[in-house]
Design a protein around this ligand. Structure first.
Ligand code: FAD
Ligand code: N01
Length: 538
């Protein structure tokens, strides 16, 4: 029988965000429940299990920082951990914090409706249960809704079709199979070397060659862990206030690329390349501002590709053009080198566009490629995808998804959308979101939300909402920030341009995590006065 219940707060999603949000609100004495579609915690790290998936942030940084016990009891094995290790970490965190008793797995939220007279949200889950609550924290993820490409015939293929985000458990042996891979963003870059190991043939269908950087992954030895731990508090504090939420031990400050002579900056670039990961991107603070700096770094990357790839024609096809790091930089392990194998081939879609996918494979303007397996590493409906699957009705029947379809995605201060009171959107549009070490972003949003709710409870504030004009001004600022950078020179999923019909516009706050933190905490310090607050009856 369907349940009807009342809670103080409901959290939706059991990834990094939802787990921490549940912990914080519960600690504050609220009656909270968490709803999760999946049968397990993990979010991104539960759903994505393609071979080769690793984090692009170092393990000792891509983890919670709020609980010393978690740090002391967990030991990362590698610099850039694999997906199973991150999933295990989140399961461990859920157990360590005793969260499971308040999580309802296999429970998908299908609708949320604001009931004005009662000042509550009425939530309906797919199984028919309803919950009324004062506060909703939407931890539904910014890269949670996978998309297939809009290629003719995509449904006609009769072999095995797999999206990177819905990988069949344990599948990593493609012996005897002719595999086609569409997409070379972060997912594709990590998949290529793994598929290449066993496939009879691997054709990588590349529309935009990526500026992939090598991770230079390694196992973590006790000595390194101990020395990082010795200064971890300082490093973490640095990451909380800098632009990207990432710390480096070799340097703490980024500087303008061309502020030093050519020889010096090229030497530094080589050092960063050698370090791997996101070092190149984080060392200089104007990579996405100064076109000449960007062009010089892009050429440096192309030169490295030409060194790695044996065949000059293949190297040419793999060479990226355009802006370096306009999209999140893919961090791979042996991506370019995989093309030196005899069984790996480039299909350059700019030179031979796809005409159609058909029952037996893919036909381009130049050739027909027969495949047994087609892998789509074609990305996500970012920022709003998971929320778009929920019917969300706010004040006066406002429909959040209709508003976002009409006006473009947005939220005031990147957390509350106008006419959706007490509805906190974690890592959503208007926040730095994915332009960061997302776990640092997540901890900030969860803590701000918990503190806001605590303040409301203590100050008899019934609702917190935003004005549409303030939200528009916030998003206009974000669009202006983006226009001043090189990011907008290219099609980019940050702007929704990978989704047919989605209104284009920069979704994420580009002035940096630290600047954003200051803005939202200044707002808290002045009693949230730029929001619309409604006091309860005393
Ligand atoms: P998610 O982990 O996406 O969790 C959202 C949860 O909400 C999911 O479990 C989903 O099932 C649930 N949910 C959604 N809708 C509903 C509903 N209607 N009802 C109930 N439950 C629902 N970021 C980095 O900083 N570094 C990285 O290296 C990195 N690697 C990534 C690799 C991949 C393949 C992807 C896709 C993303 C990666 N990211 C990375 C971004 C990553 O999404 C975040 O770092 C982080 O894991 C997001 O956590 P979250 O809890 O906010 O959302
Ligand atoms: O997806 P993407 P992703 N025909 O959108 C191509 C995080 N992440 O899953 O560039 C042909 O980046 C598309 O081509 P183009 C991270 O934040 C992190 O790889 O549009 N090709 C592109 O190559 C990341 O940024 C990790 O020309 C088509 C690819 O598909 C985000 O998730 C790992 C096409 C899509 O790339 C998304 O990454 C994985 C078409 N019709 C993910 N349509 C880490 O390592 C699309 N493409 C941490």
């Amino acid at each position: 029988m369907a349940r009807q219940e009342k809670f103080d707060a409901v959290v939706v999603g059991a990834g990094f965000s939802g787990l921490y949000m549940l912990h914080l609100l519960r600690q504050q004495g609220l009656k909270v429940v968490l709803l999760e579609t999946a049968p397990e915690v993990g979010g991104t790290w539960y759903w994505n299990r393609y071979p080769g998936l690793r984090c692009d942030i170092e393990s000792m940084q891509y983890c919670y920082t709020f609980d010393k016990g978690l740090d002391e009891k967990w030991r990362w094995s590698e610099r850039f951990p694999r997906q199973p290790e991150i999933l295990e970490y989140l399961k461990f965190a859920a157990d360590h914090l005793d969260l499971r008793r308040d999580i309802r797995f296999e429970t998908r939220l299908s609708a949320a409706t604001w009931i004005e007279d009662e000042g509550v949200w009425r939530l309906e889950s797919e199984n028919g249960d309803t919950i009324e609550c004062r506060y909703c924290a939407m931890a539904t993820g910014l890269l949670a809704e996978p998309v297939l490409p809009d290629i003719p015939g995509v449904g006609d293929f009769e072999g095995q079709s797999i999206h990177s985000a819905r990988w069949p458990e344990g599948l990593n042996d493609f012996t005897g199979k002719r595999v086609g891979l569409v997409g070379t963003g972060s997912s594709g870059v990590q998949l290529v070397p793994e598929l290449a190991k066993t496939a009879k043939s691997l054709h990588v269908l590349i529309r935009t060659p990526p500026f992939a950087q090598e991770s230079h992954n390694r196992s973590l030895e006790e000595e390194e862990i101990a020395s990082v731990r010795a200064e971890i508090d300082v490093l973490r504090e640095r990451a909380r206030h800098n632009a990207t939420g990432v710390w480096f031990r070799r340097f703490s400050d980024a500087y303008p690329y061309r502020s030093v002579p050519l020889e010096e900056r090229q030497a530094e670039l080589s050092r960063c390349w050698g370090e791997g990961g996101n070092s190149v991107l984080n060392r200089f603070n104007d990579v996405l501002i100064d076109p000449d700096a960007n062009a010089e770094i892009a050429q440096f990357m192309r030169d490295r590709i030409a060194e790695i790839v044996d065949d000059p024609e293949t190297a040419r096809l793999l060479s990226p053009h355009g802006v370096f790091a306009a999209k999140r930089l893919p961090i791979g392990t042996g991506y370019h080198a995989a093309f030196n194998r005899d069984n790996v081939h480039v299909v350059a879609l700019k030179e031979e566009p796809i005409e159609t996918i058909h029952a037996g494979g893919v036909r381009t303007t130049k050739a027909d490629y027969p495949f047994d397996v087609l892998v789509y590493a074609t990305g996500y409906d970012a920022g709003t995808g998971a929320l778009s699957k929920i019917k969300i009705s706010g004040r006066n029947g406002a429909d959040i998804n209709q508003r976002w379809a009409d006006d473009g995605p947005g939220a005031f201060m990147g957390i509350i959308a106008a006419d959706f009171p007490n509805f906190f959107i974690l890592t959503g549009p208007g926040s730095p979101g994915v332009l960061s070490n997302v776990v640092v972003m997540i901890e900030m949003h969860c803590e701000w939300t918990a503190e806001c709710i605590d303040w409301m409870e203590r100050n008899n504030v019934r609702t917190i909402d935003a004005r549409q004009e303030d939200q528009d001004a916030w998003m206009d600022d974000i669009h202006s920030m983006a226009e001043g950078t090189l990011v907008m020179k290219e099609d980019n999923w940050y702007t929704g341009s990978n989704i047919a019909g989605k209104k284009r516009g920069m979704m994420f706050y580009m002035a940096g995590l630290g600047t954003y933190r200051k803005a939202i905490y200044d707002e808290a310090a002045k009693g949230y006065s730029d929001f619309v607050l409604e006091r309860g009856e005393s």
